[in-house]
Ligand binder design. Structure first.
Ligand SMILES: Cc1cc2nc3c(=O)[nH]c(=O)nc-3n(C[C@H](O)[C@H](O)[C@H](O)COP(=O)(O)OP(=O)(O)OC[C@H]3O[C@@H](n4cnc5c(N)ncnc54)[C@H](O)[C@@H]3O)c2cc1C
Length: 406
């Protein structure tokens, strides 16, 4: 059987490898001059290639359509991914949160390993060749057309990725192919990205990192996110680990309906915080309010907290009322900002939405509409939180499609 794989990223390489060793003749087309351009920038250049966890834990970290992945994650687990790379000579290490990296800390070593596996298996890799059309007749795959010529084959595996960081080659071609073959593509959105905020008052906080804060988010239906950790303010709004996770939960919501709230002192309840504030104010009883918060807050936050508390900054601490103190405590426990929008695909780690999984067989990744057509990786309507889970999605779905013809 002849298989054509479209795209030489994480999922395309893995699918091509397993197809070839399952006895197929595989051609992999990659539009770039090299394989895995996106893989190269993953994990800040270190590539967090999976998460060393059990399938159920993996599924808990998948945001869209986790049930669709039950079969493929159980037949190709994080442990299997680690075994694959180690068998091809890549030493690995496990870091905080079970994140798996190459021991060398170099994403290029992950790409080299996949490339070596492809060579060993005998996959025919064609560089600088872009697939421009996928051909089907009477519901059966016929072949592909590239910018060079037409190729006939029995199976086509679409592994073209999403829309984020388009400079790596992921320009959304797979969505176009899917639609032209009758597939539904669900709404696409940037995910695992920063959030633009409304208004201007966050701008004075640019560059401020907050550790051990609790970030919550609500929309018209109520609170849908609350987690403790780290975040930061930027020129556009907010980013950092907590915000990336939050962005992944925005796919069913209108961003401008969302308000975020930062609990700056999550370890203290309202009463404890009030006592703490009282102590700080009493320690400087004859000083002005604006000069009394430096023990409690990072410098950059003080002017905004004062503004939001509605306490005159020159007021003497000895004349601050209980009501004013209560308001201050409520600001410290819930500093609110309205979200304007998600950041752009140029900065998003992944794309949420994609080829509807309802039209794809979860065991094989084969289209239910076109025989011999497969979808793997980010082009599918699947996405997960950070931690190596997105690459695991790419590898597990690729494996399922790779061995489907065994
Ligand atoms: C900055 C950044 C950091 C990330 N870090 C991590 C991380 O540490 N861990 C993690 O799990 N995930 C991470 N991700 C997400 C992860 O990179 C993706 O989920 C994963 O690469 C998806 O794999 P894929 O094979 O589906 O798509 P891609 O890796 O995007 O590969 C698609 C390939 O198809 C090629 N292609 C597209 N169209 C055509 C065409 N028409 N013809 C021929 N070739 C074509 C492209 O050139 C590309 O090489 C990160 C993403 C980004 C942007």
């Amino acid at each position: 059987m002849k298989t054509i794989v479209v795209g030489g990223g994480a999922s395309g390489m893995m699918a091509a490898y397993y197809r070839q060793i399952s006895g197929n003749q595989v051609i992999l087309f990659e539009k770039n001059e090299k394989l895995g351009k996106k893989l190269y920038i993953t994990g800040k250049g270190r590539c967090n290639l999976t998460n060393d966890c059990e399938p159920q834990e993996f599924l808990n970290n998948v945001v869209s359509n986790p049930k669709f992945l039950i079969s493929s994650i159980n037949s190709y687990t994080p442990k299997d991914v680690m075994d694959f790379f180690e068998a091809y000579g890549l030493q690995l290490k496990v870091e905080r949160g079970n994140r798996v990296f190459p021991l060398s800390d170099k994403s290029s070593d992950v790409i080299k390993t996949l490339k070596y596996a492809l060579e060993t298996a005998g996959v025919d890799v064609r560089y600088n060749e872009t697939v421009v059309d996928v051909l089907a007749e009477n519901g059966v795959i016929k072949g592909v057309v590239t910018d060079k010529k037409e190729y006939l084959c029995d199976n086509v595996i679409i592994a073209t990725g999403g829309l984020s960081y388009a400079s790596t080659g992921s320009t959304g071609d797979g969505y176009k192919f899917a639609k032209s073959l009758g597939h539904t593509v669900t709404e696409l959105r940037p995910s695992l990205c920063g959030l633009n905020l409304q208004g201007n008052d966050f701008k004075e906080l640019q560059g401020l990192t907050l550790k051990n804060v609790k970030l919550s988010a609500k929309d018209k239906k109520g609170e849908f996110y609350s987690e403790q950790g780290e975040m930061l303010f930027t020129h556009f709004g907010v980013s950092g680990p907590l915000v990336l996770t939050l962005s992944a939960l925005m796919n069913m919501r209108k961003p401008s309906d969302v308000t975020i709230s930062i609990d700056l002192k999550p370890a203290l309840d309202g009463q404890q915080l009030d006592l703490r504030v009282l102590r700080d104010l009493n320690a400087k009883i004859n000083k002005e309010f604006k000069n009394s918060l430096d023990e409690l807050l990072p410098k950059a936050l003080i002017p905004l907290v004062i503004k939001r508390s509605n306490i005159a900054q020159n007021k003497k601490n000895n004349s601050i009322t209980v009501e004013e103190r209560n308001k201050l405590v409520s600001v410290l426990k819930g500093l609110e900002f309205k979200v304007a929008s998600l950041r752009d695909y140029t900065e998003a780690v992944i794309t949420s939405g994609g080829v509807s999984v309802k039209e794809v067989n979860p065991k094989t990744m084969e289209s239910k509409l076109v025989k011999g057509l497969y979808f793997v990786g980010e082009v599918l309507d699947l996405d997960a939180f950070t931690g190596g889970f997105n690459l695991q999605i790419a590898f597990s779905t690729a494996h399922s499609a790779g061995v489907a013809e065994e």
